[in-house]
Design a protein around this ligand. Structure first.
Ligand code: FES
Length: 163
């Protein structure tokens, strides 16, 4: 009889401990949510998707990182403009002479520097004779990839390229 009472008392005690433990975990779980809830309501949270701010940022954004490569007079005289670091080449667009095209002069085959041949209106690589159109498209291998292209424009008397 005594042993039975002792077993019941132990079971009751264990049930109490289990309840305490569950209530502590319950509170801990609730407490873990508290900081993120506070952050979610904080005024410090940046509001990045407000439509009202979009026109301001677009208006304030620069219109591109254009730099002058040369003048229109130089381009028309030499039929080609080359940047001071020899990496960018600008020519008139053969399909629309009012526009200009700019490409990276580094051949996509093995990295030699291509040269503009105005008679055929194409870039030719001196190393393995690859040929590229004015817009950088491959005309003849061994190169498979086009020359890297840049945005170019004429503004007044200047030729500008964005890299
Ligand atoms: Fe230009 Fe080979 S490096 S064709």
């Amino acid at each position: 009889m005594f042993a039975l009472n002792l077993a019941n008392a132990q079971r009751t005690h264990m049930n109490l401990n289990r309840r305490k433990l569950l209530s502590w975990f319950g509170l801990g779980w609730l407490a873990s949510l508290l900081p993120s809830s506070l952050i979610g309501c904080s005024e410090a949270t940046p509001n990045v998707s407000t439509p009202a701010s979009a026109p301001e940022s677009v208006a304030a954004a620069p219109s591109g990182n254009f730099k002058e490569i040369g003048t229109v007079a130089q381009l028309d005289k030499d039929k080609v403009l080359v940047s001071s670091d020899k990496k960018i080449v600008v020519v008139r667009n053969p399909n629309d002479a009012t526009k200009v095209l700019a490409v990276n002069a580094t051949c996509t085959h093995k990295g030699c520097t291509v040269a503009w041949k105005s008679a055929n209106k194409e870039f030719v690589c001196p190393c393995h004779d690859a040929k590229f159109a004015a817009d950088g498209a491959v005309r003849q291998g061994p190169a498979h990839k086009p020359l890297q292209r840049y945005t170019a424009k004429i503004v007044d008397t200047k030729v500008l390229v964005s890299t």
